[in-house]
Write a protein that binds this ligand. Sequence first.
Ligand SMILES: *[C@@H]1O[C@H](CO)[C@@H](O)[C@H](O)[C@H]1NC(C)=O
Ligand SMILES: CC(=O)N[C@H]1CO[C@H](CO)[C@@H](O)[C@@H]1O
Length: 318
Amino acid sequence: MGIDRNSMRNVVIIVLVLMTIGTTNGLTMNYYMFSCPLLDMVVKNYVNSALNSDPTLAAALLRMHFHDCWIEGCDGSVLLDSTKDNTAEKDSPANLSLRGYELIDDIKEALEERCPGVVSCADIVAMAARDAVFFAGGPYFEIGKGRKDGRRSKIEDTINLPSPRFNSSDLIKQFGQRGFTVQDLVALSGGHTLGAARCVTFKDRIMNNADPTTIDADFSRNLVKTCRGGDNSRQTFDSTTNTFDNDYFVSLQRKMGLLTSDQTLFASPLTRPIVNDYAMNTAMFFLHFQQALIKMSLMESSDSNAPREVRQNCRKVN
Ligand SMILES: *[C@@H]1O[C@H](CO)[C@@H](O)[C@H](O)[C@H]1NC(C)=O
Ligand SMILES: CC(=O)N[C@H]1CO[C@H](CO)[C@@H](O)[C@@H]1O
């Protein structure tokens, strides 16, 4: 008996098929399987212990991944420090509340000890965001790896980030241009289940008598109080700010969305039904969120000839 040539061939085909499952944009689930087998464990341990001492970092890590991907693809550009000839993305006012860089540095350092020169900073950011969502109570999912780090990070590119003052048509348009459906837009906005925003991003909603059709009166009075502390005073997006849940969507139904770009999702007939679905069905939100986040994590630079590398230090090009 034994294995004949035909069944051997079938085994080989099955193995090849398995290896290509989850391959998108050149990324694979098991990209570092041999070159850095402990990668997943290292990132998870660092993210977990960082969140234990500072749960607000979950929002920061998710936001960092979003900012990274949105500007010229997920290439670690958000991590680069400014140099004397170049002002980097991270020094844009739009970035004012980005945090978590030290954690990424720590993870990179730990990985350089185990598998030097192998794991890109862009992959670390993507994995840290994924793990942050999970440790905050959200879904767990696999993501492709094999991103490379870019060498460009320019303050002027950050004008392409969605504005907190966008209405639903602006949002649908900008997300649509980048390949996201209306469902992806609403699901990704649900990332605001974590974190807070500064007064300067929402105070226009409460000045000159808040419009009661778009904002709850008590909520509005609370925001006025918060903003007495100045433009940098912070207000959480929902009442469970460090927990990844669907409370954000329930808040929108109550006209307690923080930013114009949040509450508008309940105002538009194109997005309101999706908000209502997620407010009722956490499992649906989680599923759609992970699908949209995976899509986001595959965003690539519009310049396919842009130089790519695995950075030694996430803050500096090699
Ligand atoms: C959304 O805002 C844009 C300007 O940014 C405006 O042209 C458009 O009419 C607005 N759409 C809605 C539905 O309010
Ligand atoms: C303009 C500005 O304040 N940019 C900030 C962007 O984020 C980094 C990291 O937190 C800050 O160091 C910059 O000052």
